[in-house]
Design a protein around this ligand. Structure first.
Ligand code: SAJ
Length: 440
């Protein structure tokens, strides 16, 4: 099957790079988003998210004449849905005394609904948004069939998970193996034909529900593996062991690869997706649930660490370095660093946060610094929450001349205790403790 024109619905971290990449590979692409600010920004030649290289690709796509923007889908050969699937903020499910999160599928529902009036025989619709198992067949397919056309006979439907790593999106989009799950083998084949436009790696055809499960298993595995690393860091502190040294040594085993502990797991993927499996079958997913509990409790663990380092928090001035959910990105969604900052504030600390990738960040009740110096100048302690390259490269003597603080707390193992000590600081590291403490 060949494609001339496609609609990409949802111009976020996945939809925008995907749409722009299709356009630079010769397809006519209509980028659809319901947010007028996003459309305005793109039409003015700018982009609304930070992703290395993305602004250039979007500019090229627009200049080629292949990429335009709209608030609604229109007739096309294929429709790609890449809208957010967060969890619901205020509603929980409950099983056996365990409260679990519920997926908010309203954006997928309304994107599928918006395609209906434009759906024609021979079209292809692909869902890319991470979704609970069976979403493609049980939710998306019936909505599309309200057009009067029959999925599988009159048009093709696929689920194909995006698996790109924020910070590496443009490269991984083309180089990662692509899994395309069809509701029929012909649908999967049509999906392969579309992705072949830019994917250089292998494209593997399967059924739609398997493709959904693949995505959920990948991110859940990572969450569970980070949870065990976080639990190891708690145990190491209890026993007076440096968890970073212990992990480094354990990872010398040929079949062991322990991930890194830290202030918690954030972002719109790994801290969210495991809930889709728990929601779908809570009675079968106690380990996944428990890993989520461990990772969600990690910011509280950081607070205990800070107290252990500088005593009661009330009126202590703390510079929090980093708010993003992980290094070298500007994304604050579900960020554990932001959660730590809120908890410090609740406990009476006077926190100033500095996020070099988002100096205009807005966190309710939190003082956001406009520069590193204004954040660290007059504080009692520096608290490192994100392993941004720029922070990692701090030169302790240089920092010593710019701050009154003589205590630094490193939650991400970015700094060398000896170097900071030589510059006059006392350095505390999460997962490496001098004093035994009790966590709850
Ligand atoms: N983290 C740790 N310790 C680690 C690794 C990560 O605490 O050893 C934390 C990070 O700081 C961050 C969170 O976990 O808060 C998630 O970061 P990440 O880099 O592991 O993953 P994401 O969310 O940026 O991207 C993931 C990727 N999935 C996998 O690696 C299995 C990516 O390939 C997916 O496309 C993406 O989720 C997605 O969109 O689902």
């Amino acid at each position: 099957m060949s494609f001339r024109k496609i609609c990409v619905i949802g111009l976020g971290y996945i939809g925008l790079p995907t749409a722009a990449t299709f356009a630079t590979h010769g397809l006519k692409v209509i980028g659809v988003d319901i947010n007028p600010h996003v459309l305005e920004t793109l039409r003015s030649g700018n982009i609304h998210i930070h992703e290395p290289g993305l602004d250039d690709v979007v500019k090229k796509a627009i200049q080629s004449g292949n990429f335009s923007f709209s608030s609604k889908p229109e007739e096309a050969d294929a429709f790609l849905i890449a809208v957010p699937t967060p969890f619901q903020k205020d509603v929980h499910g409950e099983y056996d005394g365990r409260k679990y999160r519920l997926a908010d599928m309203h954006a997928v529902r309304s994107a599928a609904g918006a395609i209906v009036p434009h759906l024609r025989k021979g079209n292809l619709v692909i869902l890319e948004s991470t979704s609970p198992p069976r979403t493609t067949v049980d939710l998306v397919k019936p909505i599309l069939e309200s057009s009067g056309l029959k999925a599988g006979d009159d048009f093709f439907v696929c689920y194909s998970p995006e698996r790109v790593l924020p910070g590496q999106i443009l490269r991984e989009l083309c180089e990662n193996t692509r899994v395309v799950g069809g509701i029929t083998p012909e649908s999967a084949k049509a999906g392969r034909d579309l992705y072949q436009v830019f994917v250089k790696a292998e494209i593997i055809e399967t059924d739609a529900t398997t493709a959904e499960m693949v995505k959920l298993m990948e991110n859940t595995t990572r969450d569970v593996n980070i949870a065990i690393a976080n639990e190891f860091s708690r145990l190491a502190e209890r026993f007076g062991v440096d968890v970073w040294e212990a992990i480094g040594l354990a990872n010398r085993h040929p079949r062991i690869n322990i991930l890194s502990p830290g202030p918690g797991v954030g972002g719109h993927c790994i801290s969210v997706d495991p809930w889709f499996l728990v929601e779908a079958a809570p009675e079968l997913s106690s380990l996944i649930y428990q890993a989520r509990q461990v990772n969600d409790a990690q910011p509280r663990f950081v607070i205990e660490k800070v107290k252990q380092s500088i005593g009661p928090l009330n009126s202590k001035k703390i510079a929090a370095l980093g708010l993003a959910y992980k290094p070298d990105v500007d994304d604050l969604r579900e960020s554990p660093a932001a959660e730590v900052v809120h908890l410090l504030h609740e406990e009476g600390a006077l926190v100033t946060a500095w996020e070099p990738f988002k100096p205009d960040a807005n966190l309710r009740g939190i003082n956001i610094a406009s520069s590193l110096d204004s954040a660290i100048n007059d504080v009692d302690a520096l608290l490192l929450l994100v392993r941004h390259t720029e922070f990692k490269n701090f030169e302790p003597h240089n920092i010593a001349s710019r701050t009154k603080a003589r205590v630094v707390i490193d939650t991400v193992n970015a700094w060398d205790a000896g170097e900071w000590q030589r510059a006059g600081f006392q350095l505390y590291r999460l997962g490496a403790n001098q004093l035994p403490i009790t966590y709850h």
